[in-house]
Design a binder for this molecule. Structure first.
Ligand code: PEP
Ligand code: MN
Length: 361
């Protein structure tokens, strides 16, 4: 697949807002719920209504979606509000039903993108149509698998494509339900600048308090839109209650977000600068996170040395690390002097940590 402007043409053809705002509940629950949310969304910048009909739940026993009947509710919502509609398809039968009910945009979920067989099956089922398909990143942080799914649709003749960044799952949960790992979508964007990139802050956050900041970062990185889970009564939603926001909050949020404008030299300079600065912020965050983890391991070594009565400073080991890092630094165009300075500082902090462990009773 080559990058070409064709990939994002659907955004203009479908007269969608920039940045694109997709909103709606995690799941369609009842006809009344879908219509209530759709009507409230008319008063926001949303142009596409989302709702899951078939829900891929990690464990059985949770609400697994209303199925086909929900497609009728989406159709009715479209008729009454003029919003376009989108839902998740996870196999060829879903595709057939979604096409039959005239869903405008289909999305492929994170648990589907991991499986080339199912992605292929969905792509085949869509052959000959010009449906717009959004492909969520796979649950695991693997850019090739994500791109591979995009390529399967492209090869099946589908050119109206986009990708949705919904974060990557990890065993340990910290701030996010799914870590953003911004570097992955940034790499994808560098390779395919015309493939529309949409953020799903809801599934990254898992918690409504984090949604605004995630959207701002995405806009600063020149994403093409956001898909936000929105419910008229979020606390009582049948799925993903904690991460949904009301249409009123959504409206306020889009007012408060800084949206980079497109045209003009000065603006272009500012937009580019903002994008680059946000990339630096992402990397700085990773640097401090990695350093923190490294010191955590230094503490563990401190405990081990203490219980075995071994001296903290091990010159031979230190020189080995330094030599290896100078060589690795060269490969990344980092001067020997710089590596020496950085590693001296890291080493000192490490010794400091281990000394603290040693003197701890
Ligand atoms: C969803 O959008 O409701 C959903 C299930 O998403 P994901 O595939 O990203 O988990
Ligand atoms: Mn959800």
């Amino acid at each position: 697949m080559k990058n070409n402007k064709e990939l994002g043409a659907w955004l203009k053809d479908m007269q969608l807002s920039h940045p694109l705002l997709i909103a709606g509940p995690c799941s369609a629950e009842t006809q009344q719920q879908v219509l209530e949310i759709a009507h409230q969304l008319k008063d926001t910048d949303a142009t596409v209504l989302r709702a899951g009909i078939w829900k891929p739940r990690t464990r059985p026993g949770n609400f697994e979606g209303v199925g086909e009947i929900g497609l009728k509710w989406l159709q009715r919502a479209k008729q009454e509000t003029g919003l376009l509609t989108t839902t998740e398809v996870a196999n060829a039968a879903h595709v057939e039903l979604a096409l039959k009910h005239d869903v405008d945009i289909l999305w492929v979920g994170a648990r589907t993108t991991v499986s080339p067989f199912i992605v292929q099956e969905i792509a085949e089922a869509l052959k000959g149509t010009q449906k717009t398909v959004l492909i969520k990143n796979p649950v695991n942080p693997d850019l090739s698998l994500w791109l591979g799914a995009v390529e399967r649709f492209y090869k099946a003749g589908l050119k109206n494509l986009g990708v949705v960044h919904r974060g990557f799952s990890s065993y340990e949960k910290h701030t996010y339900r799914n870590n953003p790992e911004w570097q992955i979508p940034i790499d994808l964007q560098n390779r395919f600048p015309d493939l529309p990139l949409i953020l799903d802050p809801s599934h990254i956050a898992g918690n409504r308090a984090l949604i605004f900041d995630l959207c701002q970062t995405a806009l600063d990185l020149n994403y093409d839109g956001v898909m936000v889970e929105t419910h008229h009564d979020p606390d009582n939603a049948w799925s993903d209650a904690q991460q949904q926001i009301t249409p009123t909050t959504l409206k306020q949020m889009t007012k408060d977000l800084r949206i980079p404008l497109k045209d003009g030299d000065a603006l272009e300079y500012k937009n580019k600068l903002n994008t680059l600065r946000t990339k630096i912020d992402v990397l700085d965050h990773q640097l401090v996170d990695t350093l923190g983890k490294r010191m955590g391991i230094a503490d563990e070594i401190g405990i081990l040395k203490k219980s075995n009565n071994v001296a903290i400073l091990q010159t031979k080991r230190w020189n080995e690390i330094l030599n290896r890092m100078i060589l690795e630094g060269e490969e990344h165009k980092l001067s020997e002097d710089f590596i020496l300075k950085i590693y001296k500082a890291i080493h000192q902090e490490s010794i400091h940590h281990q000394n603290k462990v040693k003197t701890r009773k």
